[in-house]
Structures are given as C-alpha cells and as structure tokens.
Design a protein around this ligand. Structure first.
Ligand code: PRP
Ligand code: URA
Length: 209
C-alpha cells in the first residue's frame, strides 16, 4: 500500500487556515496556495534518490550527494492544480510540467476530460500529480488512471484538502499511489463540496464564480 502522509508542519497548517477563511481574496489565496505547495514538496520529495558526486570547493575536492538523474514531472489537474505549479517549480526547476484538464459534471459529479498534454517520456518520470482538492476522488482517480495508461508507474498525488471519502477512493482504486495531504476533512455536502473545506478552489484562485 502506498503512503498516506498528512502534514503537521505549523507553517503549512497556518497557511491552510488562511486559505479556508472566506475573507481571503484571490491574490492572497494564490500566493498561499503556491507557498503551501512548496512547503508540502519537502515531504513529497523526501525519498528522492541521491548519488555521490565529486566536486571542488574553493579549498579542496570532496565527495558529496546530489539528486540522481531520475527525472520528475509535475502534473496539475486543471484548472485548480495550476495554482500549485509555481511553488513546486521554485524548488524543482528542472521538472517538466504536463497538464490534464478535467472538470466535474455538476449533475453527475463524474470527471470529464477536456485536455491532456504530457511530456513525451512520461513513462520514465517520477510523477507529482497535484490538485488542491480531493472531494469524491473521481477527478484524481481518473487522472491517475490516465497517467497509468500512458505508462506511468511512480505516481505521488499531492492535495491540500482531502475528504476522508476521497482518500479511501484513491487508496482502494490506486493502492500503489503515495498520498500527501495538508488537511483531512470529514464531510462532503449534497453538491460534493468538502465541508468545512475552502469552497471552490478554481473560483477562488482565478476570481471566477
Ligand atoms: C475541483 C478540484 C478537483 C475536483 C475535486 O475541480 O480542483 O479537480 O474538483 O473533486 P472530486 O474529487 O469530486 O473529483 P473542478 O471540477 O471544480 O474544476 P476546476 O478546477 O476547473 O474549477
Ligand atoms: N472542488 C472544489 O474546488 N472544492 C470542493 O470542496 C470540492 C471540489
């Protein structure tokens, strides 16, 4: 079974409380989502492979550790996942970025795919799939399935607020995927919004309604 890591860093918890607050406007919301993604990346990249290399300091040669050549891809689920990309790229600038466009049909709540563009070597990359919200789990599960059909084998999913139900769905349908979440909420309302949650992440990021 893949890992389930729930963040406990005070900076992350503080910033999650700020984005939950309905008085937080789009500009601040965007900055905070990006910062949370960057902080979460410390945990989500904790087991990246290192290799020993020789370098020269101004004083002498030394052996030291650097990231090994394994390549990463960051894959946001559009559109709200876009809000997490810059924070991650600031830590992992060499990562490639793929995009999967999904929206939830408001009637059926089923994910509908409308866009996909992935690095051509996606099957060889470690993948960090990102979306701020995991509600019914339908969108993330479909995105993971899609990545697997393209040959991806090493997938981590990072989201800011997850419902208990969404976590169960991903762990049942994709037990190999590691999950990194900043907060777990117990409930979904009749429209499958996470309660207490933070509302509609895409609308709050981009000022739509
Ligand atoms: C939101 C969110 C997830 C999805 C989660 O996107 O960003 O992708 O809902 O819900 P689920 O777990 O029940 O599938 P939405 O469909 O609202 O699209 P948007 O990002 O374009 O606003
Ligand atoms: N998508 C959101 O943006 N928020 C929710 O609470 C559920 C799905």
């Amino acid at each position: 079974m893949g890992k389930l890591v729930v963040m406990d860093h005070p900076l992350i918890l503080h910033k999650v409380s700020m984005i939950r607050n309905k008085l937080t406007g789009s500009k601040e919301f965007r900055e905070l989502v990006s910062e949370i993604a960057m902080l979460m990346a410390y945990e989500a990249t904790r087991d990246l492979q290192l290799e020993e290399v020789e370098i020269e300091t101004p004083l002498t040669k030394m052996k030291t550790k650097m990231l090994s050549g394994k390549k990463l891809a960051i894959v946001p689920i559009l559109r709200a996942g876009l809000g997490m990309v810059d924070g991650l790229l600031s830590l992992i600038p060499a990562a490639r970025v793929g995009h999967i466009g999904l929206y939830r049909d408001p009637e059926t709540l089923e994910p509908v795919e409308y866009y996909c563009k992935l690095p051509s070597d996606i099957a060889e990359r470690d993948i960090l799939l990102i979306d701020p919200m995991l509600a019914t789990g339908g969108s993330a599960s479909a995105a993971i399935q899609f990545l697997k059909e393209k040959g991806a084998v090493n997938i981590r999913f990072m989201c800011i607020i997850a419902s208990r139900k969404g976590i169960d769905v991903i762990r049942n349908e994709h037990p190999d995927v590691d999950l990194y979440v900043a907060a777990v909420d117990e409930e979904l309302n009749d429209h499958a919004y996470i309660v207490p949650g933070l509302g509609d992440a895409g609308d709050r990021l981009f000022g739509t309604r």
